[in-house]
Design a binder for this molecule. Structure first.
Ligand SMILES: [Zn+2]
Length: 311
């Protein structure tokens, strides 16, 4: 079983937090950020999206049903202000926030369709700050923006000559099964400050305050990035029913690029235990490589069913 440890924090610590949406920085790393600041270290937040595709809270707070492009932009600006205020409560100067303005609910498409430009931007952000520690979303997070953000970061980090320690934080979904994780409690004062930072995300507290407070009140958790299924052999953790095969796609992302193809077009073998194994020669990669299984159907359900694995 993989174990996770949080590196010792000091004045030399340079923590880069990669947040897909405004509020992830506070929910997932509000205590860690304060601990790094208290140790005299530096913090930078890379905010991938402004959280503008967030229609239900927007409908509720703005009392409007139709949400158009202009409305979404306005909502994104509002959430950008909220994240600045939250960071202020955590003691992080606003100059430490680097917003990239990528499309909310669009990180997977961005990784797939604009791979090079996306990895170049993340690489530039990482190189400019030279972190000693990166906090990034967990690969197994069920929100598609979070899983895609993990893969983007890992591919950007893999381009570097020197390795950087990183911690993977889960926000959506259950991550306890069979995993050893690091848990950061923080002091009572740090936990209180984190909760006060959370209140600055008023757009998110409006409909989900209870869930948000519940997430923020638990200790911060960092999981083994690969989950329990690391193999390095192309073995896939899923056994989708045959009846679904014509409708499935497998997306593979690695240093050589991203390829999204129908399930049946990938070269695979099936083991005696029923598991599928991808022929890794089809992936041609020297570095971290990830796969995502998904149904090629439009669905109102945004969360991943199968999600990602490390190949
Ligand atoms: Zn998020």
């Amino acid at each position: 079983m993989s174990t996770v440890t949080v590196p010792e924090l000091s004045a030399q610590t340079r923590l880069l937090v990669v947040a897909p949406h405004p509020d992830d920085e506070t929910l997932a790393t509000g205590v860690l950020i304060q601990q790094v600041m208290a140790a005299g270290g530096q913090v930078r937040i890379v905010l991938l999206t402004d959280g503008d595709a967030n229609p239900w809270p927007q409908r509720w707070l703005e009392r409007r049903w139709r949400i158009g492009a202009v409305d979404r932009q306005r909502w994104g600006r509002r959430r950008r202000i909220e994240v600045h205020r939250a960071l202020d409560r955590l003691g992080v100067p606003s100059t430490r926030l680097l917003p990239l303005g990528w499309p909310d609910m669009g990180l997977l498409a961005r990784l797939r369709d604009d791979t090079i430009i996306t990895l170049d931007a993340l690489t530039a952000a990482i190189d400019a700050f030279a972190p000693t520690l990166v906090a990034l979303p967990a690969l197994g997070d069920r929100h598609p923006d979070h899983g895609a953000a993990h893969v983007m970061c890992r591919l950007a980090l893999a381009r570097r000559v020197d390795s950087v320690a990183w911690l993977a934080y889960p926000v959506h979904g259950s991550h306890e099964d069979g995993l050893a994780m690091a848990v950061e409690e923080g002091s009572p004062a740090q936990r209180q400050r984190k909760l006060s930072a959370l209140t600055e995300h008023a757009t998110q507290m409006a409909l989900s305050g209870r869930r948000m407070r519940g997430l923020a009140a638990r200790p911060e958790r960092y999981v083994p990035a690969e989950g329990p299924e690391v193999s390095g052999t192309g073995r896939l953790p899923w056994q989708p029913p045959t009846v679904l095969h014509p409708f499935l796609r497998l997306l593979v992302a690695g240093p050589a690029g991203v390829s999204d193809r129908p399930w049946r077009q990938w070269p695979m073998t099936r083991g005696a235990d029923g598991s599928y194994r991808l022929d890794m020669s089809a992936v041609a990669s020297s570095g971290p490589c990830f796969a995502r299984l998904h149904l090629d159907w439009p669905s109102p359900w945004i969360f991943d069913h199968w999600g990602w694995c490390r190949l």
